[in-house]
Design a protein around this ligand. Structure first.
Ligand code: SF4
Ligand code: SF4
Length: 141
Protein backbone atom coordinates (compact mmCIF):
# COMPACT_ATOMS: atom_id res chain seq x y z
CA UNK A 1 0.00 0.00 0.00
CA UNK A 2 1.35 3.42 -0.87
CA UNK A 3 2.18 5.74 2.02
CA UNK A 4 -0.33 8.43 3.02
CA UNK A 5 1.73 11.36 1.72
CA UNK A 6 1.61 9.96 -1.82
CA UNK A 7 -2.16 10.05 -1.95
CA UNK A 8 -3.18 12.79 0.47
CA UNK A 9 -2.68 16.54 0.19
CA UNK A 10 -0.72 17.49 3.26
CA UNK A 11 -1.02 21.07 4.46
CA UNK A 12 1.50 22.65 6.76
CA UNK A 13 2.53 26.07 7.96
CA UNK A 14 4.86 26.55 10.90
CA UNK A 15 3.59 29.06 13.46
CA UNK A 16 6.90 28.91 15.37
CA UNK A 17 5.06 27.91 18.52
CA UNK A 18 8.13 25.92 19.63
CA UNK A 19 6.12 22.86 20.73
CA UNK A 20 8.19 20.45 18.64
CA UNK A 21 11.25 21.61 20.59
CA UNK A 22 9.72 20.53 23.90
CA UNK A 23 11.03 17.02 24.22
CA UNK A 24 8.89 16.36 27.29
CA UNK A 25 11.32 13.63 28.28
CA UNK A 26 9.80 11.49 25.55
CA UNK A 27 12.16 11.84 22.65
CA UNK A 28 15.61 13.01 21.66
CA UNK A 29 17.10 15.23 19.00
CA UNK A 30 19.47 12.89 17.18
CA UNK A 31 22.34 14.28 15.19
CA UNK A 32 25.41 13.10 13.31
CA UNK A 33 28.97 13.94 14.33
CA UNK A 34 29.14 16.20 11.28
CA UNK A 35 26.02 18.10 12.34
CA UNK A 36 27.41 18.44 15.85
CA UNK A 37 30.58 19.95 14.42
CA UNK A 38 28.57 22.43 12.33
CA UNK A 39 26.68 23.54 15.44
CA UNK A 40 29.87 23.83 17.44
CA UNK A 41 31.38 26.07 14.77
CA UNK A 42 28.18 28.08 14.53
CA UNK A 43 28.39 28.76 18.27
CA UNK A 44 32.15 29.20 18.09
CA UNK A 45 32.81 27.02 21.14
CA UNK A 46 35.73 24.78 22.03
CA UNK A 47 35.16 21.07 21.22
CA UNK A 48 35.50 20.02 24.87
CA UNK A 49 33.11 22.63 26.21
CA UNK A 50 30.56 22.04 23.45
CA UNK A 51 30.63 18.28 24.03
CA UNK A 52 30.21 18.62 27.78
CA UNK A 53 27.48 21.22 27.66
CA UNK A 54 25.40 20.28 24.64
CA UNK A 55 25.87 16.64 23.66
CA UNK A 56 24.97 13.32 25.16
CA UNK A 57 25.21 9.64 24.20
CA UNK A 58 22.44 7.11 24.58
CA UNK A 59 23.20 3.60 25.78
CA UNK A 60 23.40 2.34 22.21
CA UNK A 61 25.98 5.02 21.40
CA UNK A 62 23.66 7.32 19.46
CA UNK A 63 24.57 11.00 19.61
CA UNK A 64 21.82 13.34 20.84
CA UNK A 65 21.48 16.88 22.10
CA UNK A 66 21.74 17.08 25.87
CA UNK A 67 18.53 17.59 27.79
CA UNK A 68 17.66 21.19 28.51
CA UNK A 69 15.68 22.64 31.38
CA UNK A 70 11.99 21.86 31.79
CA UNK A 71 12.24 19.05 29.23
CA UNK A 72 12.84 21.50 26.42
CA UNK A 73 15.60 21.34 23.87
CA UNK A 74 18.78 22.82 25.23
CA UNK A 75 18.81 25.30 22.33
CA UNK A 76 15.28 26.62 22.74
CA UNK A 77 15.44 30.14 24.17
CA UNK A 78 12.94 31.78 26.52
CA UNK A 79 11.01 33.31 23.63
CA UNK A 80 10.58 29.87 22.08
CA UNK A 81 13.16 30.44 19.34
CA UNK A 82 15.91 28.09 18.26
CA UNK A 83 19.33 29.50 19.12
CA UNK A 84 21.00 27.48 16.37
CA UNK A 85 18.28 27.79 13.73
CA UNK A 86 20.67 28.18 10.78
CA UNK A 87 22.64 25.12 11.91
CA UNK A 88 19.82 22.96 13.30
CA UNK A 89 20.00 19.20 12.64
CA UNK A 90 18.16 17.37 9.86
CA UNK A 91 15.68 16.01 12.41
CA UNK A 92 14.55 19.58 13.09
CA UNK A 93 14.76 20.77 9.48
CA UNK A 94 12.51 18.02 8.22
CA UNK A 95 9.84 18.03 10.94
CA UNK A 96 6.96 17.13 10.61
CA UNK A 97 7.76 15.29 7.39
CA UNK A 98 9.37 12.32 9.07
CA UNK A 99 8.73 8.90 7.46
CA UNK A 100 6.96 7.56 10.53
CA UNK A 101 4.66 10.62 10.67
CA UNK A 102 3.63 10.92 7.01
CA UNK A 103 3.28 7.22 6.29
CA UNK A 104 -0.33 7.00 7.52
CA UNK A 105 -3.21 9.43 7.92
CA UNK A 106 -3.56 8.28 11.51
CA UNK A 107 0.01 9.16 12.41
CA UNK A 108 -0.27 12.51 10.66
CA UNK A 109 -3.42 13.31 12.65
CA UNK A 110 -1.84 12.15 15.88
CA UNK A 111 1.14 14.41 15.29
CA UNK A 112 -1.26 17.32 14.75
CA UNK A 113 -2.00 17.17 18.48
CA UNK A 114 1.54 18.32 19.07
CA UNK A 115 2.08 20.55 16.03
CA UNK A 116 -0.51 23.24 15.38
CA UNK A 117 0.96 23.89 11.93
CA UNK A 118 -0.21 20.51 10.63
CA UNK A 119 -3.28 20.72 8.40
CA UNK A 120 -2.87 24.46 8.17
CA UNK A 121 -1.47 26.67 5.40
CA UNK A 122 -0.65 25.65 1.83
CA UNK A 123 -0.38 22.15 0.45
CA UNK A 124 3.21 20.97 0.63
CA UNK A 125 4.44 19.47 -2.62
CA UNK A 126 5.09 15.75 -2.73
CA UNK A 127 8.53 16.53 -4.04
CA UNK A 128 9.36 18.50 -0.89
CA UNK A 129 7.97 15.73 1.33
CA UNK A 130 9.96 13.08 -0.52
CA UNK A 131 13.08 15.17 -0.15
CA UNK A 132 12.53 15.47 3.62
CA UNK A 133 12.00 11.72 3.90
CA UNK A 134 15.15 11.04 1.92
CA UNK A 135 17.14 13.34 4.21
CA UNK A 136 15.79 11.56 7.29
CA UNK A 137 16.66 8.16 5.87
CA UNK A 138 20.14 9.20 4.79
CA UNK A 139 20.71 10.56 8.27
CA UNK A 140 19.59 7.31 9.89
CA UNK A 141 22.04 5.18 7.85
S1 SF4 B 1 17.78 22.34 17.79
FE1 SF4 B 1 16.43 24.09 17.54
S2 SF4 B 1 14.81 23.39 16.16
FE2 SF4 B 1 15.85 21.58 16.97
S3 SF4 B 1 14.66 20.94 18.77
FE3 SF4 B 1 16.31 22.31 19.47
S4 SF4 B 1 15.43 24.36 19.54
FE4 SF4 B 1 14.10 23.06 18.27
S1 SF4 C 1 5.14 22.42 16.63
FE1 SF4 C 1 4.73 22.71 14.44
S2 SF4 C 1 3.97 24.81 14.28
FE2 SF4 C 1 5.01 24.62 16.26
S3 SF4 C 1 7.15 25.25 15.86
FE3 SF4 C 1 7.06 23.03 15.62
S4 SF4 C 1 6.73 22.72 13.42
FE4 SF4 C 1 6.19 24.85 13.87
Amino acid sequence: MEPFYESGSLRFSCTRCGKCCETAGEYYVFLSAHEAELIRRFLDLSPAWFRRRYLSRLEDGALVLAAGRDERCVFLDREGRCRIYAARPVQCRTYPFWPEVVNTRRNWRREARRCEGIDDGPIVSRRAIRRAIRLCRDQAE
